[in-house]
Ligand binder design. Structure first.
Ligand code: PMV
Length: 284
């Protein structure tokens, strides 16, 4: 069996696609497990509910990886289209299974190409954090493993699903219609990631929270949030979270709230009215 984790982006989604820095962490309680056995032709089973276009992409991925005479079992507790890196997790897990002796660098290179099948023009942050299984600071193809002081987040499901590829395309259209306006937003997000890297190394939770709130506002200006994600952010802050923001492609999927031992119960209780899918994650 091979396994690869999920991830969440703490800072910088969308801006990373334009060469700005972003920060992501692995989520080890969520993973994609793969089993391969010999078979006459290719067959697969998965617990994901896939539409016909996702099935096509999956088959394209198997063929791209040269898997054509295997029976593939995919078991994952990462929800799809939620901003938690399900596609990168699947790719890394499959590559690990097929090439168990490969270095992480080599796995990551191929996983990036697999991400192109799913997302068109991926930044590379998802496959990197999932391959290296450590917090990463990612800028223009350069991956730095970073040290962070321990902290706690809640992952909150908005219940809405959306395609990262479509949202990335929507941002591209907006960007091309008004480069000056959108470049300014993306550069500000990049600046936030730079500051956040420092604050994460000191464990300055108030400042990290403040940067998350500002990052969410900028993602709203970029047009990638939605009412449900905005409500989660608002409710989290009302209940005392240090910060909150949407994560990943947006227009649905998950949001995160920055909490600690003193307030996580209160934030969770308030959010339970909104979402029954809330996961606590200790990052260290
Ligand atoms: O929705 P996810 O988990 O695939 O995250 C996408 C992150 C983006 O910055 C929007 C795209 C990218 O390739 O970095």
């Amino acid at each position: 069996m091979s396994r690869a984790y999920a991830k969440t982006i703490l800072f910088g989604e969308h801006a990373v696609v334009y060469g700005e820095p972003g920060i992501a962490i692995p989520i080890k309680s969520m993973h994609t497990d793969i089993e391969l056995t010999d078979s006459k032709n290719i067959e697969y089973e998965t617990n994901w509910e896939l539409d016909s276009s996702s099935k096509k992409k999956l088959e394209e991925l198997f063929s791209f990886l040269g898997i054509n005479d295997k029976s593939i079992k995919i078991k994952s507790n990462i929800p799809i289209s939620s901003g938690l890196g399900s596609s990168a997790s699947l790719s890394v897990s499959l590559i690990r299974k097929v090439h168990p002796l490969w270095t992480k660098d080599r796995v990551n290179e191929l996983a990036y190409k697999c991400e192109e099948i799913f997302h068109g023009t991926p930044s590379g942050i998802d496959n990197s954090v999932i391959t290296y299984e450590k917090p990463v600071y990612y800028e223009n193809g350069i991956i730095e493993i970073i040290q962070v002081k321990p902290f706690k987040i809640l992952l909150i499901d908005s219940g809405v699903r959306s395609s990262t590829k479509d949202v990335v395309l929507q941002v591209r259209k907006s960007y091309e219609s008004n480069v000056e306006k959108y470049q300014k937003i993306l550069s500000q997000i990049g600046y936030i990631s730079k500051k956040a890297r420092e604050e994460l190394s000191y464990g300055n939770i108030k400042m990290i929270g403040f940067l998350m709130i500002r990052n969410h506002e900028l993602l709203r200006e970029l047009g990638v949030s939605c009412d449900e994600l905005d409500d989660i952010v608002k409710l989290s802050l009302e209940a005392g979270a240090y910060g909150a923001k949407m994560v990943g492609g947006g227009k649905g999927g998950y949001a995160i709230a920055l909490v600690d031992e003193t307030n996580h119960k209160k934030v969770e209780d308030k959010l339970r009215k909104f979402s029954d899918n809330i996961i606590g994650v200790d990052v260290n």
